[in-house]
Design a protein around this ligand. Structure first.
Ligand SMILES: CC(C)(COP(=O)(O)OP(=O)(O)OC[C@H]1O[C@@H](n2cnc3c(N)ncnc32)[C@H](O)[C@@H]1OP(=O)(O)O)[C@@H](O)C(=O)NCCC(=O)NCCS
Length: 204
C-alpha cells in the first residue's frame, strides 16, 4: 500500500494496515523535507509511475485537501479497515476510506469514498456518508443520518436519527445535533446551533 501524506493520520493508517497483515511501502508528500515516517520512506511528490500496481490511500485529515489530492491520483485506491471494527455485511464502504479501531457500522449504512471513520465512532443503520467526510473519534450517528460531502463531524458529537447534515459543514466537537443542518454551516453546542458559515476552506 502507498500513502499520500506523511502525517499523524498516516501513522494510524499504517498501524491499521499492519494489523491486517499489509505493508506500507512508501509515502508521498509535497514537503520535500520529509524523509521518513518511522521506518517508512517518504519519497517526495506524487509520481504516477511509482509502484503502479500498488493501491494508495490519501492519509490527509483535512477533507478538502484530501479531495483535491484525489483528483490527481492515477493509482487505484485501497481501504484500511481495522480488524476490531464491526461492520455489518450489508454496509458498503467506498474506495480510499479508512475505518479505525473500535468503529461500529450497522446494517445498510453506506459510506462514501475517501471517508475517515475515526476511533470508536458508531454509524448506525441506514446512515449515508458522502465522499471525503470525516467522522471524528467517539461520534454517535443514530439511524438514517445523512452527511454531505466533505463535512467534519467533530469528536464526541451525537446526531439524532433521520437528520440530514449538509456538505462542507463543521460540526464542533461535543455538539448534539437535533435539527437538519444546511450546507456550509458551522455548528456547535447542545442543542447544536448554526453559528456561521464554514469558509476557512477545510474542516478540521
Ligand atoms: C469549533 C472548533 C473548530 C474551534 O473553532 P474556532 O473558531 O477556532 O473557535 P475558538 O477556539 O476561537 O472559539 C470560539 C468560541 O467557540 C467556542 N467553542 C469552540 N469550540 C467549541 C465546541 N466544540 N463546542 C462549543 N463551543 C466551542 C469557544 O469557547 C469560543 O467561545 P466564546 O466566543 O464564547 O469565547 C473546534 O473547537 C472544534 O470543535 N474542532 C473539531 C475538532 C475535531 O473534533 N477534529 C477531529 C480530530 S480527529
Amino acid at each position: 500500500m502507498l500513502l499520500y501524506g506523511a502525517s499523524g493520520h498516516a501513522k494510524v493508517i499504517n498501524s491499521i494496515l499492519r494489523a491486517t497483515g499489509q505493508e506500507v511501502t512508501a509515502i508521498f508528500d509535497d514537503d520535500l523535507g520529509k524523509k521518513n515516517l518511522g521506518d517508512i520512506a517518504v519519497v517526495g511528490q506524487y509520481d504516477p509511475d511509482f509502484q503502479t500496481a500498488a493501491p494508495l490511500i490519501i492519509s490527509i485529515g483535512y477533507n478538502d485537501i484530501r479531495r483535491k489530492v484525489a483528483g490527481k491520483i492515477r493509482h487505484r485506491f485501497g481501504r484500511a479497515i481495522h480488524p476490531s471494527a464491526l461492520i455489518d455485511e450489508t454496509a458498503t464502504i467506498g474506495e480510499g476510506t479508512v475505518i479505525m479501531p473500535g468503529v461500529i457500522v450497522q446494517a445498510d449504512a453506506r459510506i462514501g469514498r475517501h471517508v475517515i471513520v475515526n476511533t470508536a465512532a458508531t454509524v448506525d443503520h441506514d446512515c449515508l456518508l458522502g465522499d471525503f467526510v470525516h467522522i471524528a473519534p467517539g461520534v454517535v450517528l443514530c439511524g438514517a443520518v445523512q452527511v454531505g460531502e466533505s463535512t467534519l463531524i467533530g469528536a464526541g458529537c451525537v446526531v439524532a436519527p433521520n437528520l440530514t447534515i449538509g456538505a462542507n459543514c463543521l460540526i464542533a466537537a461535543g455538539s448534539v445535533v437535533t435539527t437538519h443542518i444546511p450546507d456550509g454551516a458551522t455548528v456547535r453546542g447542545n442543542p447544536a446551533r448554526v453559528v456561521g458559515n464554514f469558509e476557512a476552506g477545510s474542516p478540521r
